[in-house]
Ligand binder design. Structure first.
Ligand code: HEC
Length: 210
């Protein structure tokens, strides 16, 4: 009985000694579990690799799980770095045909592009109009209905959406790959729809210049 009492007193003193008192010593952890593990910190320099970087650069050509494995679809470019001329036929088939994809494109275009490029693609969206009023001509979006943009490859419009161009930001972060291609198809549809009108405007402008 005496011995049990002694053990109890000893335990109590131990507990009181550990909990709530201040100490400059490292804490006593009976079972270490995985509290401390050998690891590298972000940007830490370590001699393990020849270049001393603990954060390893991505091996060239590696593709993440989320990434589109067909690089032509993902970049809009062929293996020898030229823009692909047309929206990949296989992608159109996979997404239920041209009509379905154009419709999807219209939906996405109206959300993401129309604020600047306008619903008709003439470049007079609200953002452009405000930029114009403020004298920020560089932020006014161009019309799609001019000869140059009517003839650029589909891959180039896709790459414009993906990476942005000059003063236009890229939209890769919020428009998935298939939707970007859908928007390209819709931009083509807009161009077709305005082709006669644009030709008429071009003619009037030429007349005016002459
Ligand atoms: C925030 C406004 C804004 C939004 C949103 C926007 N654009 Fe633009 N876009 C611009 C501006 C500004 C330019 C002209 C960039 C320059 O020349 O500096 C431009 C240029 C372009 C061009 C011409 C590129 C070239 O080769 O000259 C295309 C094509 C285009 N945008 C397509 C799109 C599409 C498709 C979307 C929707 C996914 C979109 N843009 C969304 C502002 C915008």
């Amino acid at each position: 009985m005496k011995r049990v009492l002694l053990i109890l007193v000893a335990l109590e003193t131990l507990a009181a000694g550990c909990v709530g008192t201040e100490s400059k010593e490292p804490p006593i952890v009976g079972i270490r579990n995985m509290y401390q593990q050998p690891r590298y910190d972000t940007q830490e320099k370590k001699p393990f690799f020849a270049d001393q970087r603990s954060m390893r650069p991505k091996p060239e050509g590696s593709v993440s799980r989320e990434m589109e494995p067909a690089l032509t679809w993902a970049t809009g470019r062929t293996a020898d770095d030229a823009y692909i001329m047309e929206v990949p036929a296989q992608l159109i088939a996979q997404r239920g045909g041209t009509e379905a994809l154009v419709e999807r494109g219209q939906d996405r275009y109206n959300i993401y592009c129309s604020p600047c490029h306008s619903y008709s693609g003439n470049g007079k969206g609200m953002v452009s109009r405000r930029a114009d009023q403020l004298g920020a001509a560089g932020l006014v979006a161009p019309t799609f209905h001019d000869d140059r943009l009517r003839h650029v490859p589909d891959g180039q419009i896709y790459a414009t959406i993906t990476n942005g161009v000059r003063n236009m930001p890229g939209y890769a972060h919020n428009i998935p790959i298939d939707d970007r291609w859908a928007i390209v198809l819709y931009v083509r549809a807009l161009q077709l729809s305005q082709a006669r009108q644009a030709a008429a405007t071009d003619a009037t402008e030429t007349e005016r210049v002459q």
